[in-house]
Design a protein around this ligand. Structure first.
Ligand SMILES: Cc1ncc(COP(=O)(O)O)c(C=O)c1O
Length: 372
């Protein structure tokens, strides 16, 4: 890598910057809300894919981080991060082998299970190595993506309990389908309804075994709602730390039209590289730099009010502006809030850390590409 510029205005684009002060405020804010409600935090590293950021969350009070995939857990472990929960079930012998290999090195590693066949695979691999492992029951809280059906959960719990290699530590119930419901009131009603049902199941699990002490749930869109469920012990929130346009566009407790609980720490810098047309200019961030999913990317800065970004192929974006707004000149740099932070972050190798106009550091996105 070339030497890192000391001024944000000298960064080459497209690139990702993290505003350190906003980032620290987001981390502290979530930690304070969780701690105030008696919950622990195990933030999801699938959002930021960065072990340095995970370390900062842990230093602020998190008990570890979540990983979506085994390869993310491997990279986090390599970087010295502990307290990892793998939130996606594993279903093949090869993936189970990797997971058990990692467990051999890290006794505190936890994973979820959601199917009898997965339980069997894990049990066999652990027994072959003479190991035991802590697991959470992944329960479908209405997203229907992963998770055992609530009606089948106690039976699966019984199968876990029958295997001495597995220790049933609790359950996970991630209600992804409610996170972006537009109005706070509807989101609140939907989240409380699914998590109350999940909480009832957790009480039953606890009656089965005293080892069952963890109920992990929640996301950024419902963090201040789900803390009201007494049974939830820890929160697996992810996006709050970076934030994105998709989350910014939903209502929050304090603002019906905006999600104001956290500010956008993550920005994408993009340069105007062609300005020959009426009504729009072309910038250097397209599909390969800004993932097309979620909300409409926001162009920051009062002087850019009325401008709108749209994708313009793989390498480019189109920034349109009304007649009343001065066109951004060739070579000028725009700062965008990304549509959906997770998949956009996965397109870059590093974050530049900024404080005001200064670049104060670089964090590698070392979990980039860990999709296995
Ligand atoms: C299983 C799981 N838990 C937690 C999260 C974090 O959610 P959010 O980014 O909305 O905070 C996600 C995000 O997709 C997830 O898939």
């Amino acid at each position: 890598m070339n030497s890192v510029p000391t001024r944000k205005s000298d960064l080459d684009t497209p690139c990702l910057v993290l505003d350190l002060d906003i980032l620290n405020t987001n981390i502290a804010q979530m930690q304070t809300v969780a701690a105030g409600a008696g919950k622990r935090l195990r933030p999801h590293a699938k959002t930021h894919k960065c072990s340095a950021l995970a370390r900062r969350q842990i230093e602020a009070g998190a008990l570890g981080v979540c990983a979506a995939k085994v390869s993310e857990a491997e990279a986090l472990t390599k970087a010295g991060i502990s307290g990892i929960l793998v939130t996606g079930p594993v279903a093949t012998p090869e993936k189970v082998r990797r997971l058990v290999e990692l467990r051999a090195a890290v006794p505190a590693l936890m994973t979820v299970v959601d199917h009898r066949a997965g339980v069997e695979l894990l049990d066999q691999a652990l027994r072959a190595r003479g190991l035991t492992m802590d697991v959470l029951l992944d329960v479908d809280a209405g997203l229907h993506r992963t998770g055992v059906k609530p009606s089948d959960a106690l039976e699966l719990a019984g199968q876990i309990l029958a295997r001495p290699s597995l220790r049933l530590k609790g359950m996970q119930a991630y209600a992804g389908q409610v996170q972006h419901i537009q109005t706070y009131e509807e989101r609140q009603a939907a989240s409380l309804a699914c998590l109350r049902e999940a909480a009832e199941l957790f009480r039953k699990l606890r009656r089965l075994t005293a080892d069952c002490v963890i109920f992990s749930a929640s996301g950024t869109g419902t963090f201040d709602i789900d803390i009201r469920i007494p049974e939830i012990t820890e929160m697996q929130v992810g996006s709050y730390v970076c934030m994105d346009a998709e989350y910014r566009a939903i209502g929050s407790a304090g603002d019906a039209a905006r999600f104001t609980s956290f500010a956008p720490a993550l920005r994408l810098l993009t340069t105007v590289i062609s300005a020959n047309q009426n009504g729009f200019v072309t910038v250097d961030a397209g599909l390969k730099a800004l993932y097309r999913h979620g909300g409409v990317p926001e162009i920051m800065g009062a002087e850019h009010a009325g401008m709108a970004y749209d994708w313009f192929g793989d390498e480019y974006g189109k920034v349109s502006f009304p007649d009343t707004v001065a066109p951004p000149p060739l070579g000028s740099v725009l700062e965008l809030v990304t549509s959906h932070c997770d998949p956009t972050i996965n397109l870059f190798d590093r974050y530049y850390l900024t404080r005001g106009a200064d670049v104060v550091g670089v964090w590698p996105i070392d979990l980039r590409g860990c999709s296995q």
